[in-house]
Design a protein around this ligand. Structure first.
Ligand code: URA
Length: 245
């Protein structure tokens, strides 16, 4: 680990402790207004070039590095860390929000009902799960399936950046509001901005609806397919549905 990463790690842990104290109602009179505002602000849009995040030599090394992670309170109730899986040099990376109940039990991303739909979307693109990479913004299941908090996202983000910098995908596809806001910025609005190209550390990023949303609103599948066609065009993949005609 380089010095910058080590300092970021220590700051992340201090921030987590301070946020926790605040949440359980402990007075923190020693905190300056600036520090308090840092604690309540969400993660900021990241413009750091990816190269600076490469302090691990492989995905395996990074996975080992966080294998006993207790950097945030999600570690208290999780069963397994869900690191991510797929092709280590995939051209396309899907980024979800956080592991669900089934993912927590199995230690694999997107293996529950929403995952089955994601697998179908990937197949409809003419790809397999093994040909892409699938991971989440946070690697541990938030109790009660709540959204991960800004502090938890901030703590886990360096590891997603590590994954991205090792994989070096051509395209990142975020699934749902939480992951898009974490990577693009708090101003991102899923209904307004989905399907519009964004960027994360210089990598083209397309945000689309979360498959769990599609399970509730199947009529939105058409929009997701439009977004996936943009991805296929960018990757030079033929639409398998057109090939059938
Ligand atoms: N939802 C997510 O965002 N990620 C998973 O891995 C599963 C469900």
């Amino acid at each position: 680990m380089n010095v910058k990463q080590e300092i970021m790690d220590v700051l992340g842990q201090i921030k987590m402790q301070l946020t926790y104290s605040q949440e359980i109602g402990l007075d923190a009179p020693f905190l300056s207004t600036k520090t308090l505002s840092y604690l309540t602000r969400g993660p900021q849009k990241d413009t750091t070039p990816l190269g600076e995040e490469s302090c691990w030599n492989s995905l395996e090394e990074l996975e080992n590095f966080i294998s006993n992670c207790v950097r945030c309170r999600l570690s208290r109730e999780r069963k397994n860390i869900v690191f991510g899986e797929g092709l280590p040099n995939a051209t396309l990376v899907f980024v979800g929000e956080a592991p669900g109940v089934e993912e927590d039990v199995r230690g694999k991303p997107f293996v529950g009902p929403a995952g089955k739909l994601l697998t179908d979307i990937i197949k409809a693109m003419g790809l397999t799960r093994e040909e892409v990479y699938i991971c989440n913004i946070v690697k541990c299941h938030p109790p009660g399936n709540r959204d991960p908090g800004p502090d938890e996202i901030g703590t886990c983000l360096p590891f997603l950046k590590g994954q991205i910098s090792l994989i070096k995908p051509e395209i990142i596809c975020t699934l749902g509001r939480v992951s898009a806001q974490a990577l693009v910025g708090k101003d991102f609005k899923i209904t307004r901005d989905r399907g519009q190209w964004q960027g994360f550390c210089g990598i083209p990023l397309i945000p689309t609806y979360h498959p769990a949303y599609l399970l509730r609103y199947p009529q939105a599948k058409r929009q997701v397919w439009e977004d996936m066609k943009k991805v296929m065009r960018e990757l030079g993949l033929k639409d398998p549905r057109e090939l059938e005609d």
